[in-house]
Design a protein. Structure first.
Length: 267
């Protein structure tokens, strides 16, 4: 059983839902990322999604696109991301880390090398946005061999037939994109989310994390009522952008935001 599966099972047994914040590795400076990861955990994060910066993050809105640009301005590479996770693991052996990114860096690295190096660094799963499960057969076996979960996306427009296929190919959790569009682009309709999560659960009991459109404690609490995990990205990355010159204020603001979400989800 993977670290992700253990955490999600433990939360389920306690009647709790997972809080899964996202940050882009290397944003605003590579040397600040590990501290930010620990800040997220201290505030109540159960799983950390760490973005691999990429020059053309097509699923992301302006907020995360700019985060990638800030990280790439420091030449943050996939190897740097592995080093960050390794450093994080020196003091945190419990919190799962999922790498979220795009296919090109993996193509350059090689799928087997990626999986081996990710596992050695302490990574627990991968979500490759532009790799649909129908085309992932060359990567997923290497992930499985290294006890890494493969997380795939489900959209509001995904059909029943394809939901079943995606769930069968996924492990750890599936990521339900709750709005049509890019990250940070719209507010979500919780009733619609509830219907889609039920539709997904009708095919497979794999945990469902919901992302896109969650921006505050209230929306996090509402989504936690209908999903297994709450995934939060753009609002955190906005705070990083706002306080990119002051790591102390940045960590303080992010910790307060994530803690407010965790508290609201626990009620």
């Amino acid at each position: 059983m993977s670290r992700i599966q253990k955490v999600l099972q433990a939360l389920s047994a306690q009647g709790k839902k997972a809080l899964i914040p996202y940050i882009t590795g290397g944003d605003p400076r590579p040397e600040w990322t590990v501290e930010l990861m620990h800040t997220l955990v201290e505030a109540g994060a159960d799983i950390v999604e760490l973005g691999v910066p990429f020059s053309d993050p097509m699923a992301d809105g302006p907020v995360i696109q700019l985060a990638c640009e800030r990280a790439l301005a420091h030449n943050t590479s996939l190897d740097d991301i592995f080093s960050m996770v390794k450093k994080f693991r020196e003091t945190d052996q419990v919190t799962p880390v999922v790498l979220m990114g795009y296919l090109n860096p993996l193509e350059i690295k090689g799928y087997e090398n990626f999986a081996v190096q990710a596992a050695e660094a302490g990574v627990d799963g991968a979500l490759i946005v532009d790799l649909p499960p129908e085309e992932a057969s060359s990567l997923v076996p290497f992930l499985k061999q290294n006890n890494l979960d493969a997380v795939f996306l489900i959209a509001p427009t995904t059909t029943d037939e394809r939901i079943k296929f995606i769930c069968d190919q996924s492990s750890g959790y599936v990521y339900y994109v709750s709005v049509k569009g890019v990250t940070g682009s719209a507010t979500l309709d919780v009733d619609d989310v509830a219907k889609k999560v039920s539709q997904i659960k009708a095919h497979n009991q794999i945990p469902v994390g919901v992302g896109f459109g969650i921006s505050d404690a209230e929306s996090a609490a509402k989504v936690s009522q209908v999903a297994d995990g709450v995934i939060v990205g753009s609002v955190i990355v906005n705070l990083i952008a706002k306080h990119q010159a002051d790591s102390e204020v940045m960590n303080k603001e992010i910790k307060a935001l994530v803690a407010s979400m965790r508290q609201a989800m626990n009620v």
